[in-house]
Structures are given as C-alpha cells and as structure tokens.
Design a protein around this ligand. Structure first.
Ligand SMILES: [Zn+2]
Ligand SMILES: [Zn+2]
Length: 204
C-alpha cells in the first residue's frame, strides 16, 4: 500500500511485527519475479525504519509505479470548501497530467550510454545504496529505452518526491555490467567510481 500524501510505502517489520512506512530512498533492491505474471510483481528489499535491518516484501508493479500519481479510491481528502471527503485520485490525476504534458516524468535518471535523461519508474530501479554520510543515494537503474543499466548519484528528494528532479545529475560514464543481484558488488563499484555531472532541464 502506498500513501500518496506522505510518499511512503506501507510494509511490515517482521522484527517488531508492526507496520512501517518506508520512502523510496530506503529501498535497497528491486527485482521482478520471474515468469510471465500479470500484473508483474517485484521483490523489494528495504532498510527498515523501525529496526534498521533489511526486509523483503512483494509489491505489484502497478502499485510501485502508479501509487504516487494514481491513488486508489481508499485515499480521500477533506474539501475545505464543501466539508466533504473526496477522492484524492482526481486531484492527483490533474496534477500528474499537467506535469506529464510539460514533459516532466514523476521519476527520471540519466542514461549514461545514451547521454539522455530517461523516465526511471521505481520498478526500473535495481540497486540503491546511500553514501556513507547519508547525503545522497547511489542507484543502479535499468533503462526502458536501451536496456542498459546506469549508475546515478541522486538526492533523497529526487527519489522521494515525485516530479522533483535534481537540477544536476551525477552519473558514472558507461553502462554498469556487474551482477545485479549483488548489493555488495554494487557498493564496491559505486565507491570506486568517478562521477561525471550533467545539468538537467529541470529546475527545483
Ligand atoms: Zn524491521
Ligand atoms: Zn538508455
């Protein structure tokens, strides 16, 4: 379940047996379950905000990618003019359409082999790792246009606030060809990398 007001995914912590709300930036690994399953389901490993351990959870692709821009009917807000509870979905659909018409995707990343900013929906993320000082997050993203995997260094807000994009993206030149299942290998690659910078068209 995704909370579109706070931009948090609702998971369950097996250690405390309580629900926890985790932002996209707390994800560590996203992998699509094998098979032709429809709708597609992804296994998400996230850093638990309650106990600090990593936990795995299954999330349908639709919820992963569309929860932030197309809230379900259970999400309502109180209209201050009418005093009535109204569905959030209409409000969000309007905003999303306006942004998309401007060519602004909810999430983007810099595809290094193509030298282009591309849409980077959460289901396209593969591995995430925060910098040691926790100021930025390294992400490996699978490009839906050219299928290459690029490494970017982005702000927490870039991940956690749909339609916000860092004005400057940092990326590793070339495609990441390490084994995607290994978070350790990704971390090694990340911290031994030199990042180039590219200014995007997106202001804050
Ligand atoms: Zn936990
Ligand atoms: Zn690409």
């Amino acid at each position: 379940m995704f909370d579109p007001i706070r931009n948090r995914f609702r998971f369950r912590c097996p250690a405390t047996e309580r629900p926890v709300d985790a932002p996209l930036s707390s994800f560590r690994l996203v992998e699509r379950l094998p098979g032709p399953g429809h709708p597609a389901v992804h296994r998400v490993v996230f850093a638990c905000p309650a106990c600090g351990d990593d936990h795995a959870s299954l999330v349908p692709e639709d919820e992963l990618d569309c929860g932030a821009v197309r809230p379900g009917p259970e999400h309502v807000f109180v209209n201050l003019q009418t005093g009535r509870s109204e569905p959030l979905a209409d409000e969000f659909a309007d905003t999303a359409q306006r942004e998309l018409r401007r060519g602004n995707w909810p999430w983007t990343f810099y595809c290094a082999p193509e030298h282009q900013v591309r849409p980077g929906y959460p289901s396209r993320l593969r591995l995430l790792s925060p910098t040691p000082d926790r100021s930025l997050v390294g992400v490996a993203v699978h490009c839906s246009t050219c299928a290459a995997v690029s490494i970017n260094l982005v702000s927490y807000r870039h991940l956690d606030q749909p339609f916000f994009h860092d004005p400057v993206v940092r990326y590793v030149d070339g495609s990441f060809d390490g084994p995607l299942a290994s978070l350790e290998r990704f971390r090694d690659e990340l911290w031994s990398s030199r990042f180039d910078e590219e200014r995007t068209d997106f202001g804050a």
